[in-house]
Design a protein around this ligand. Structure first.
Ligand code: DON
Length: 305
């Protein structure tokens, strides 16, 4: 059997010797205060074994990684009907891109762009009377850990500078693809992006996508097998915005990044792997996180390809 612990430790130590490049996300002022040299890794396999390194138990801002969870909740309820409001095609554009949305008549290309995730938040507000509670409960149940919470300071900080998201949401509202008040939808969106999680919690949460829709402990079913397959496909094709092709090329796993510096990647049937390093490349994805995952799939040959 492959020694994941040894491989993770080796790559982790190697990367510490390399120069750490990129910048911590600056457009959300509160995120810019994070220590740029934090670095954590946690892998959990389907036998519930856990392999980790560095700052794997320290919490950071989930940011766009939460879009997978909000999408799963909406998809669980609406199934294919959801695709009337948001597409499943890679955009080839940055996460906060505005220009495509106009020629697409306010229907975002995919649910992981900011526009797409804002539509999904609007959908959840229609489906649930207390959508914040539904999202946080899903995360806590999947992680089997109640220590997962919103971070008010981060949500407020993002709101104070959230002009691009406002532009996206108002444009979609004008096209009829946002049903609630824009401010309420954005408050919900900023809140879910602000949730604090550790690599350990993230790896455990994402086991439902390694286990074909079921939680790590097998107790809960969140998605059908067909739905889990499709969410993994969207992660592979859209999880890294205009770097999705490069991620598939270098890493070869479905994954999702966030501007908090987290990345989670899933090997269906085998494991979920979370990495955190706050310095981002110019596409908004963790520089060291990407390097770690590339080395990991090269060394273990555990990839979907
Ligand atoms: O809306 C935003 O810009 C952030 N709350 C989330 C963006 C994000 O994480 C992009 N991912 N790499």
């Amino acid at each position: 059997m492959m020694d994941f612990g040894k491989i993770i430790d080796h790559i982790y130590q190697q990367l510490l010797l390399e120069k750490n490049l990129g910048q911590v996300a600056g457009y959300i002022p509160e995120l810019a205060t994070v220590d740029s040299e934090k670095f954590g890794v946690c892998l959990i396999n389907t036998d519930n074994q856990c392999f980790s390194a560095g700052d794997w138990q320290e919490q950071f801002s989930i940011q766009s990684i939460v879009k997978v969870v909000t999408l799963s909740l909406a998809y669980q309820k609406l199934d294919a009907q959801l695709w009337q409001r948001v597409g499943v095609e890679p955009s080839g554009t940055p996460f906060n891109n505005l220009s495509r949305l106009e020629s697409d008549y306010g229907i975002p290309r995919n649910p992981f762009s900011n526009a797409g995730a804002i539509v999904v938040c609007d959908v959840l507000m229609e489906l649930f009377s207390d959508p914040r509670e539904v999202v946080i409960s899903m995360l806590r149940t999947l992680a089997a850990d109640d220590d997962i919470n919103f971070t008010q300071a981060i949500a407020a900080s993002e709101k104070s500078e959230g002009y691009r998201n406002m532009a996206l949401a108002y444009f979609m509202k004008s096209m009829g693809n946002i049903k609630h008040e824009v401010e309420d939808v954005l408050d919900f969106y900023f809140d879910v992006c602000s949730i604090a999680v550790s690599c350990e919690q993230l790896a455990r949460i994402f086991m439902y996508l390694a286990k074909h829709g079921r939680s790590a402990d097998g107790k809960y079913s969140y998605l059908s097998e067909g739905q889990a397959k499709r969410i993994n496909a969207i992660m592979l094709t859209c999880g890294f915005y205009d770097e999705a092709g490069d991620f598939a090329f270098r890493v070869g796993l479905p994954g999702k990044s966030g501007v908090g510096g987290g990345i989670v990647a899933v090997m269906p049937g085998e494991f979920s792997l979370a990495v955190w390093s706050p310095r981002l490349n110019e596409k908004g994805n963790s520089y060291r996180g990407l390097r770690f995952l590339e080395h990991f799939t090269d060394a273990t040959e555990r990839t979907i390809f």
